[in-house]
Design a binder for this molecule. Structure first.
Ligand SMILES: C=Cc1ccc(O)cc1
Length: 178
């Protein structure tokens, strides 16, 4: 995709895959002006996926976007997207318990909010694990806003490659039949 990002509207509805310099691979979708979906393919919590996470999304200056949110796990996230440069800078602030028990969070979170809330009460928050990293964007897709097909199933080995190869979405950005 060779689109040039200029406005906030250019960013909303965009679907990204990127790899952090520490090797962690993330897939993330700007679903609308206050909602994000994502799937994690590599790193400490690979296998985790989330839809309809409320987030703050703004354009800082032309083509540069800031996204921040806090999760039911107590994890906080701040991302800066520079899509015209194929770069992201992200900082993740993990509570201590996620670092010690990442497997509790590796699920479709939306169906297990009670589990996340119980774990954050039971286990330690501090000291937090701060992960500040640059990432390189390996895929940009124009999914349109509020597209429920973008992040609609658990991550599997090879999913990012299927998307990059054009095997995952049809011409209307809907999931092709498996
Ligand atoms: C913890 C979630 C999360 C989602 C996307 C990203 O780039 C970093 C963290």
């Amino acid at each position: 995709m060779t689109k040039t990002f200029k406005t906030l509207d250019d960013f909303l509805g965009t679907h990204f895959i990127y790899t952090y310099d520490n090797g962690w691979e993330y897939e993330w979708y700007a679903k609308n002006d206050h909602t994000v979906d994502y799937r994690i393919h590599g790193g400490m919590v690979a296998g985790r996926w989330v839809t309809d996470q409320e987030a703050n999304i703004v354009m800082l200056t032309e083509g540069i976007y800031k996204v921040a949110w806090t999760e039911p796990t107590g994890t906080d996230v701040a991302l800066d997207f520079l899509p015209n440069e194929n770069k992201v800078n992200g900082t993740i602030f993990f509570p201590k318990w996620v670092q010690e028990h990442p497997e509790i969070t590796v699920t479709y979170q939306n169906e297990h909010i009670d589990v996340m809330e119980a774990a954050r009460e039971k286990y330690a928050t501090y000291p937090k694990m701060v992960v500040p990293e640059f990432a390189t964007i390996t895929y940009i897709g124009d999914a349109g806003q509020n597209n429920e097909y973008v992040i609609s199933e658990a991550p599997y080995q090879g999913l990012p490659d299927d998307i990059r190869a054009g095997k995952y979405f049809d011409a209307n950005y809907q999931r092709v039949n498996k």
